[in-house]
Design a protein around this ligand. Structure first.
Ligand code: DX5
Ligand code: ZN
Length: 226
């Protein structure tokens, strides 16, 4: 059996204190964060606005670890290409939603051409079967464990079945990311189901010691590895 990819902890920038962003990025990097999760919202696909190109440019300048861009927008290729152009020497993944992209093959190919790794995200109400035709085109699946749009929501445990189906029925051995409501109490269930990339916003940036919290979440995730 192919071993699953390593556990990776991805602090979500959405919960950083934006008046001290570079400090926040450096702090979680010191704690051993693997990726910065960058939540991009367009006020259309989700009822909120967040980060756009000027901020991504600043993040790319400060960051020492890869960027994991999560595009909650209706036009992910246009913005994915723009972000790709801002990444400098950093590695970047760009994840778009299965709910908005008709031609996943074309979207993924355009992103690869721009130099970033394509991923596909799925919202809680969307059935896992929707992903089937997309899997051959992407490097990662992001299983949302909240309805996208806001940090600090409650983890939806029902979505764990999708992670199990991807690892079991679909034989998916690449990255599975989970995003939303992940903290010390919920992280083990994500890993036990088969997820390996764990996003946490509130749990990390809201902690008294964000660097230590990255380590604590990693410890709990490694312990839950099956
Ligand atoms: C939700 C975003 C998440 C969010 C997670 O729309 O995709 O990445 O920042 O925040 P927490 O960890 O606070 O649930
Ligand atoms: Zn996200």
């Amino acid at each position: 059996m192919t071993p699953l990819p390593p556990i990776r902890i991805a602090p979500s920038l959405l919960s950083v204190d934006f008046s001290r962003m570079a400090e926040g990025l450096a702090l979680v990097e010191r704690g051993g964060a693997d990726l910065h999760h960058v939540d991009v919202m367009d006020g259309h696909f989700v009822p909120n606005l967040s980060i756009g190109p000027p901020v991504v440019k600043c993040v790319a300048k400060s960051a020492k670890i890869p960027l994991d861009c999560h595009l909650m927008v209706t036009d992910p290729v246009t913005y994915g290409e723009r972000f790709a152009a801002l990444r400098g020497n950093l590695d970047m993944g760009v994840t778009f939603h299965v709910e908005v992209v008709q031609d996943v093959a074309a979207a993924a190919a355009a992103l690869r051409k721009a130099g970033v790794r394509p991923g596909i995200a799925i919202n809680p109400p969307t059935p896992v079967e929707m992903l089937e035709p997309a899997l051959e085109h992407v490097e990662m699946v992001l299983v949302m464990s909240v309805h996208p749009g806001f940090g600090g929501q409650k983890f939806i445990a029902d979505v764990l079945g999708k992670v199990e189906a991807l690892r079991g029925r679909y034989g998916w051995t690449k990255d599975i990311e989970m995003d939303g409501g992940i903290d010390r109490r919920t992280i083990a269930s994500c890993v036990a189901a088969g997820a390996n990339v764990l996003v946490a916003g509130t749990a990390i940036y809201g902690a008294a010691d964000p660097a230590a919290e990255v380590g604590e979440l990693r410890r709990l995730a490694e312990a839950a590895r099956r």
